[in-house]
Design a protein around this ligand. Structure first.
Ligand code: GLN
Length: 541
């Protein structure tokens, strides 16, 4: 086992969707605040190698790391809480595990043995966890196992966790996040489902060191006593995890209930410092932010309802909130389905009520014309506008059609026969699509971007070169650069060789900026992203 690293497995019981990712991120944050080096890993028990090939209904947001991995949104939660950039090593899927084992089998590395999932996939899981320990040199690694205990899919991960504990009990802890329902008719918080979850975990050879009790309200003493007696735990190791108004409150709640103190005690460690002051100030700022801003997010949404939708744009939502709080305001997000403007352009007038408009990333044809209409409305009516990725491509199309007079200008993603393909696919991407080489084949992760002198974005970033994260296949088509520039579109950011357009803006407008990258991935609660900050500022005016 890598020398000094301690491993904390976070597992789920009773039901999913309880906020295991946020709980994991919060515990990581707390240990970091005690002066330790901390990182976190997410395990997704599906056969996809990464999250890039799943649609948003299946998966919610696809987060992108700096080294170009398409992964689960929890990696975004970890980055936001830890204020740290994570990498491919922080994410594991069953697809990756099996691909490695099968590759090794093909290479005869198992020397003629029969390759069973146990122990070989379990060994591969442990290898990946230890690799992260070596590379990160972290004192603590939080490892979140996706799904809930007792599922067939994730049992190899519980087995790996059990064995890591067996081999080094002093370096491994288990935390079970469970659910305590309060059934309407009974009106009392029930611990039985949690008791069952602990039993299931026990049957896999694992005794949790902590139970975090998720419920609508805080857990009372008698509930803690009950779980303590029935599940073989000390009362102080049962931590209350009630619903909160702001997710960023959760670390403070855990701290108050003594979780960090107990974790350190079990590892026989001491806090090296107490560093939650800045976080506390940030929470106070959130709670004292009173001005209300109304932002319209024009997207293509799904019939499955608002729950999925909010998940698909989680980093955008958080980035807007961070910038809002920084400017002392609460942001009301209004989800607008662009389809409706296509059907009745008359409804565009409603956009007037918003302090600002965002067109986030997206793919495919549906809803595109409505988004273009909304962008045109924001341009003409001087409503602050921020375009993200697809948002930049569609803003370019709007300008080409309605200012430069390129009738039916389009992206070849939408219409391959457009007379003015102002957005087009890169030649190397054409090759990949021809070979059906879709997985991980977009322009992904960090790329540098040079900002043009005296532009809005250069003022905003206060620097000449930035690094931002990408996830797209199409690009601005340079054939139209000169003509659009002559008509007043400013190409304010490009790749260092000048070949790829990364940012555009319009003069004589309070704020009309769009970027080919995804700035939302780099926004942090205490350090909001400059583009979002400036956008919110102009919304306030
Ligand atoms: N569909 C566009 C492309 O692939 C934009 C992608 C996005 O918004 N992430 O280039």
């Amino acid at each position: 086992m890598a020398s000094k690293t301690k491993y904390i497995f976070v597992m789920g019981g009773v039901l999913s969707g309880l906020g295991k990712g946020i709980a994991t991120a919060s515990i990581a944050k707390l240990l970091q605040s005690k002066g330790y080096k901390v990182t976190a890993m997410k395990i997704d028990p599906y056969l996809n190698v990464d999250a890039g090939t799943m649609n948003p209904i299946e998966h919610g947001e696809v987060f992108v790391t700096k080294d170009g991995l398409e992964c689960d949104q929890d990696i975004g939660n970890y980055e936001r809480f830890l204020d740290q950039e994570l990498t491919k090593d922080n994410y594991m899927t069953t697809g990756q595990v099996y691909a490695s084992v099968i590759q090794r089998e093909r290479n005869l590395e198992y020397e003629g043995k029969c390759v069973d999932p146990v122990p070989y996939t379990v060994e591969e899981i442990t290898r990946r966890i230890k690799l992260l320990a070596r590379k990160s040199q972290a004192d603590f690694i939080l490892i979140e196992i996706g799904g809930t205990v007792g599922e067939y899919q994730n049992s190899i991960y519980f087995e790996a966790a059990r064995l890591m504990h067996l081999n080094n009990p002093r370096q491994v802890l288990f935390i079970l996040l469970s659910y305590l329902p309060i059934p309407g008719k009974i009106g009392e918080m029930k611990t039985k489902p949690t008791q069952h979850a602990v039993r299931t975990l026990n049957s896999m050879g694992i005794q949790p060191d902590f139970v975090l009790g998720r419920a609508t309200v805080p857990m009372d003493d008698s509930r803690k006593r009950k779980i303590s007696i029935t599940c073989n735990l000390n009362k102080q190791d049962i931590i209350s995890a009630p619903d909160v108004e702001y997710i960023y409150d959760i670390p403070l709640n855990f701290e108050q209930d003594g979780l960090t103190k107990q974790i350190l005690k079990k590892f026989k460690l001491r806090a090296k410092k107490q560093d939650l002051k800045e976080w506390q100030i940030f929470i106070n700022k959130i709670k004292n932010s009173k001005q209300i801003l109304n932002i319209g997010i024009i997207g293509k949404y799904f019939a499955t309802g608002k729950f999925v939708l909010a998940d698909s744009y989680i980093s955008v939502i958080e980035a807007i909130k961070h910038a809002g709080w920084y400017q002392n305001c609460q942001v009301n997000l209004n989800w607008i389905d662009s389809d409706k403007y296509e059907k009745s352009p008359n409804e565009l007038k409603e956009l007037k009520q918003f302090d600002g408009i965002i067109v986030p990333g997206g793919f495919g044809k549906r809803g595109v014309e409505g988004k273009i209409l909304a962008i045109g409305y924001a341009r003409k009516n001087k409503i602050p506008f921020l375009g993200l990725c697809y948002g930049m491509q569609l803003a370019t199309i709007e300008f080409a059609r309605n200012v430069a007079g390129f009738k039916n200008a389009n992206s070849t993603e939408i219409n391959s026969k457009t007379p003015y393909p102002v957005i087009d696919i890169l030649p190397e991407q054409k090759e990949k699509i021809k070979n059906k080489d879709y997985g991980g084949s977009m322009r992904l992760g960090d790329y540098p971007c040079v900002l043009k002198a005296k532009t809005k974005v250069q003022q905003v970033y206060k620097t000449d070169e930035i690094i931002e994260r990408h996830r797209h296949r199409y690009e601005f088509n340079n054939k139209y650069r000169q003509e659009l520039e002559n008509k007043g579109l400013i190409f304010s950011g490009t790749s260092p060789d000048g070949k790829l357009v990364e940012m555009i803006e319009l003069p004589n407008h309070p704020f009309f900026v769009a970027c080919q990258f995804h700035p939302e991935f780099k926004s942090r609660p205490i350090h909001p992203h400059p583009l979002f900050k400036e956008f919110i500022k102009s919304c306030q005016k």
